[in-house]
Design a protein around this ligand. Structure first.
Ligand code: SF4
Length: 356
């Protein structure tokens, strides 16, 4: 049954696929970086990040020796900063163990930090024409609909079963094209969140969900555990020109990045002002800002913000606190998108926005 879709999909892909910078060559480094970026963002949003990353670090060797701050800056706006840290760890091993070229071997690829079955499959099949599957959320959705399979696709056992079935029908040296065709079908035709475009689908004749009108009920995803909620008070501390930022701890969520100073819980204006004074700063005015929310995979930040004008940002009791002009912060310090709502209040651009 599944084997019937191979030729039809390859044919369709060859005529219809989008032109993307990382597909222009079969460079394994480009494919690796783009696939890690695509795990968190849509193709169109990834494009400028990818181009900037590759321009700054054209080879695996450049990633291996890149200073951490520059690396985080290049990733700013993409989130999931551990992914770029893992890219660097893997790059160091690729240089030391494989002379700077990603190994043409599925198992060896999987052994590298941050590279799981999907990324290893994508690199091995697209760059090296190896007959291995690359099963991500798009491919799972396409599979669940074609086969009308109502297993929970968030379960590892289901993913393993799907990988096994695709492995059996991989079309030899055209496996990279087939994998990309599946991904493209999932992104462009058999779309999530809404009705799939079955009238444009090259494999509609073999699709069980279409035949039985069940496409909208598939795939099945059982809800994961509730996210932990954290309340925070975010402070935009300013004198005439500068703003205060602070380096985050080197371990844990958003490790090593910079942030607007913030405190656990919702504090009253009096509590905030006395905290500011404890930092050896002189508050002149406090103004409440908008409430904001940021959702990470396991945690949600519910934030209340305040703009506080202080007499002069010169020295603080906290050695992690830095005072800098806004344009300097934009240029030098990686600040996660979680602070977007408050950065906007002082016309500070984060991530991709500052390149516009
Ligand atoms: Fe998806 Fe529709 Fe194609 Fe089935 S026919 S694979 S539901 S787009």
């Amino acid at each position: 049954m599944l084997e019937n879709i191979v030729e039809l999909l390859i044919e369709w892909y060859e005529e219809n696929h989008r032109i993307l910078p990382w597909r222009a060559s079969k460079n394994p480094y480009y494919i690796w970086i783009s696939e890690i970026m695509l795990q968190q963002t849509r193709v169109e949003a990834v494009r400028p990040f990818f181009e900037r990353f590759i321009k700054a670090l054209p080879q695996v060797e450049d990633v291996a020796v890149c200073p951490e701050e520059q690396l985080l800056k290049l990733w700013e706006g993409l989130g999931y900063y551990n992914r770029v840290r893992n890219i660097q760890k893997a790059a160091i091993r690729i240089v030391e163990e494989y002379g700077g070229r990603l190994p043409a071997d599925y198992e060896k690829l999987k052994d590298l930090p941050g590279i799981g079955n999907y990324t290893a499959g994508a690199v091995a099949s697209i760059a090296y024409d190896l007959p291995v599957p690359a099963v991500d959320g798009n491919v799972l959705r396409v599979y669940a609909r074609i086969m009308e399979d109502d297993s929970d696709i968030l379960k590892q056992s289901v993913k393993t079963k799907v990988e096994k079935e695709f492995l059996e029908i991989m079309p030899g040296s055209r496996s990279g094209t087939f994998n990309q065709a599946l991904m493209e079908l999932g992104a462009m035709v058999c779309v999530p969140n809404g009705a799939p475009k079955c009238e444009q689908c090259p494999v509609a004749q073999y699709c069980q969900a279409r035949a039985h009108g069940t496409a909208l009920d598939l795939p099945v995803k059982k809800k994961s555990k509730e996210r932990r909620k954290e309340e925070k008070t975010v402070l935009v501390l300013r004198d005439g020109e500068r703003v205060a930022i602070r380096k985050r701890p080197s371990k844990g969520l958003l490790a090593g990045l910079y942030e607007l100073p913030n405190l656990e819980g919702y504090l009253s204006e009096e509590e905030i002002l006395s905290w500011v004074e404890e930092q050896d700063l002189t508050p002149l005015q406090i103004v409440p800002l908008v409430d904001a929310k940021h959702i990470f995979s396991h945690v949600e930040w519910d934030m209340k913000g305040y703009l506080i004008r202080v007499a002069a940002l010169e020295e603080s009791a906290d050695p992690k606190m830095i005072f800098a002009e806004i344009r300097e912060v934009e240029k030098e310090y990686p600040i996660p998108a979680a602070f977007q709502a408050y950065a906007e209040q002082i016309q500070m651009r984060l991530g991709q926005d500052k390149y516009r």
